[in-house]
Design a protein around this ligand. Structure first.
Ligand SMILES: Cc1cc2nc3c(=O)[nH]c(=O)nc-3n(C[C@H](O)[C@H](O)[C@H](O)COP(=O)(O)OP(=O)(O)OC[C@H]3O[C@@H](n4cnc5c(N)ncnc54)[C@H](O)[C@@H]3O)c2cc1C
Length: 306
């Protein structure tokens, strides 16, 4: 006898959607997540590209509604970190940091990603002393101060635009010859009066004694310069949170997990959804789609097992 029909790792849009579908199929579902309301989506100030909200929606409002909807169908929640998962015969055994072990017939991995580091001198020492990853969480510390944003993708530019409302000046630094962000975001960033964009440059050091005082930047020409700043937001991509799966399935070099169109893996009963699956578009709407696909196919598998 297993504890649950399905354990879902991660209370982001992918995991919450898979849990909703499974619970509506009358299956017992537990969502285990390190963070529930304050995961990556919960911290977003405004989401403008999730369908159904013509004026946008705050991440907190969206995740709150998803958790409430899943709870209405008796999905259970536990706040903890999954440390490992193993499969013995037909049963998944999910081990938590607290020492608890939970058994299930299905495991849906939906654990999202974490920020990639620059790995330059000063970064580790000055993290939380001016080096940060989330404008919406920590931007208030930099009101009226100059700030650097490293990374010109959608996430970095979104954060730079938010910071431009608080900081005295925002310097966006991108390693590639041009920004990677979508055209609409690029238009906004180039229109902002207090944002300067520099492409084709790399940060070689974060400067400061105890707190950030600036960054050292090297251009493609080899020239170096110092930009004075009191905050450095690093947003140069994401790494999948999949280490807890490494004993169960082989991960790609990037840490992602390969799935088929049903979000199923080479391990029967293991579904992988959202940002951590190979070729994920990395969007809330695609995470929701993945969760729905996994939920539907997990229900079919459970029917076969009964
Ligand atoms: C700054 C920023 C802005 C963004 N803006 C947008 C936007 O405007 N529109 C859009 O569509 N997308 C946006 N995205 C992308 C979007 O947030 C992700 O694509 C989406 O959240 C992925 O959903 P997910 O369910 O796969 O994972 P997540 O939302 O990352 O949720 C994963 C959950 O798993 C938990 N977890 C991780 N490891 C473990 C573990 N070992 N054990 C237990 N729990 C664990 C985490 O705490 C988290 O709660 C943005 C991302 C960032 C960083």
């Amino acid at each position: 006898m297993v504890d649950y029909d399905a354990v879902v790792v991660g209370a982001g849009p992918a995991g919450l959607t898979a849990a909703l579908y499974l619970a509506r199929g009358k299956h017992r579902v537990l969502v285990v997540s390190e963070k529930i309301f304050d995961g990556p989506v919960g911290l977003l100030e405004l989401i403008e590209n999730y369908p159904g909200f013509p004026d946008g929606v705050s991440g907190g409002e969206l995740i709150d509604a998803m958790v409430t909807q899943a709870s209405n169908y008796d999905v259970e929640f536990e706040t903890d970190r999954v440390s490992s998962v193993e499969k013995t015969e037909d049963t998944f055994v999910t081990a938590l940091d607290s020492g608890e072990k939970i058994t299930s017939k299905i495991l849906v991995a939906a654990s999202g990603s974490r920020h990639r580091k620059l790995n330059v001198p000063g970064e580790s020492e000055l993290t939380d002393h001016g080096v940060f990853n989330c404008a919406f969480c920590d931007g208030g510390k930099f009101i009226g101060k100059p700030v650097v944003v490293v990374g010109g993708g959608d996430a970095g530019i979104t954060e730079a635009l938010y910071l431009s409302k608080l900081a005295s000046h925002v310097y966006v630094l991108e390693f590639l010859p041009q920004l990677k962000a979508t055209a609409v975001l690029q238009d906004k960033v180039y229109e902002a009066e207090n944002i300067t964009v520099q492409c084709g440059v790399s940060v070689t050091e974060i400067l400061g004694e105890g707190v950030v005082s600036g960054v050292r930047v090297k251009a493609g020409t080899g020239d170096s310069e110092t930009i004075d700043a009191e905050g450095v937001l690093v947003d140069i991509g994401l790494l999948p949170n999949t280490s807890y799966l490494s004993e169960l399935i082989s991960l790609e070099k990037s840490g992602h997990v390969s799935v088929n169109e049903q979000m199923a893996t080479s391990i029967d009963g293991l579904f992988v959804v959202g940002d951590i699956r190979t070729s994920s578009p990395g969007q809330i709407s695609s995470a929701v789609g993945d969760g729905a696909a996994a939920g539907i196919h997990a229900i079919r598998l459970l029917q076969q097992l009964e």
